[in-house]
Design a binder for this molecule. Structure first.
Ligand code: A3P
Length: 293
């Protein structure tokens, strides 16, 4: 059900979320200070949500606070998932959120509402990841929903583009071109860069969202506290993420499914060099003309 969805304007929308994605297009009106956090699934959404929430809400919830929401809640509980809201027709919930709102979606850029992508719109942050690691992460995630799924089948679905929100290369390209055309509105991040220097990217993210860290905060080590609060080891070991589940209309996803290894390069343990070259070759071809590698 999740692998094979509905082909709409060049993208395979997961069947359960297709109505929500289409409704978002028709009905979502952004506030100018909204920040839409977007990603291809399994590319670091949960981490981006945690970092953005911790950075944006740091006055109300200092990252070192023992009762910080991220110590009690899964990051998905802190930021609404647009597809869910619009599938369940709970837009009043979104309206009730105080500004600045953080909202998350996997919707491809070309399918976002025009109210977001044109004019003033609102800010959009995208995170992407090495497709080889995404495939591995996707396989482990989907296998929880579909225990008989094989890695080979997942790999081939990615190659064919028939994965949720796929093809992945068009998903990436949409946001990449948008970030080049509207750099003040669309920030393009990479999971690998975030892992390499999380602090620098938290600063970039906060500045982009309109909440740069002050000199006093820098001196107090607030950036490091945000990084630490949202680190893989910290998040994975929180009770809220070891137990419980995110209830979506059609599925229940155990929280621990969002915290597996949190590294780069795990693909070497899953695919042959031939498979890796094939995937690299396809992405090289599709992303030609950009600086993305
Ligand atoms: P792996 O399966 O490779 O470990 P998403 O949140 O988009 O579903 O992506 C999930 C991937 O992000 C998983 O990758 C998960 O382990 C990783 N991840 C989750 N939280 C993280 C964190 N705080 N730091 C780094 N990686 C994280």
């Amino acid at each position: 059900q999740f692998i094979v969805g509905r082909l709409y304007k060049g993208f395979w929308l997961p069947e359960p979320y297709a109505p929500g994605i289409l409704a978002v297009r028709r009905r979502f009106t952004p506030r100018p200070d909204d920040v839409v956090l977007t990603s291809y699934p399994k590319c670091g959404t949960t981490w981006l949500k945690a970092l953005a929430f911790a950075a944006m809400a740091r006055d109300a919830y200092p990252p070192v606070a023992a009762d910080h929401p991220l110590r009690r809640l899964n990051p998905h509980a802190c930021i609404p998932f647009m597809e869910d809201i619009f599938t369940e027709r709970q837009e009043a919930k979104l309206e009730g959120l105080p500004s600045p709102r953080l909202i998350n979606t996997h919707t491809p850029y070309s399918l976002l509402p025009e109210t977001v992508t044109t004019g003033g719109g609102c800010k959009v942050v995208y995170i992407c990841r090495d497709p080889k690691d995404m495939v591995v992460s996707l396989y482990h995630f989907l296998r929880r929903l579909q225990p008989d799924l094989s890695f080979a089948d997942t790999f081939h679905s990615v190659l064919e583009g028939t994965v949720p929100y796929g093809p992945m290369w068009d998903h990436i390209l949409g946001y990449w071109h948008a970030s080049v055309a509207r750099p003040d509105r669309v920030l393009f991040l990479k999971y690998e860069d975030l892992l390499q220097n999380t602090g620098e990217h938290v600063r970039k993210l906060a500045e982009f969202m309109g909440r740069p860290f002050s000199a006093a905060e820098e001196a107090a080590g607030t950036v490091a506290s945000v990084v630490e609060l949202c680190s893989f080891d910290n998040m994975k070991n929180l009770e809220a993420n070891k137990t419980g589940a995110t209830e979506r209309k059609y599925i229940s996803i155990a929280h621990d499914a969002f915290f597996r290894k949190g590294v780069t390069g795990d693909w070497v343990n899953h695919m042959s060099p031939e498979m890796a070259s094939r995937l690299d070759e396809i992405f090289r071809d599709k992303l030609r003309g950009t600086v993305l590698t």
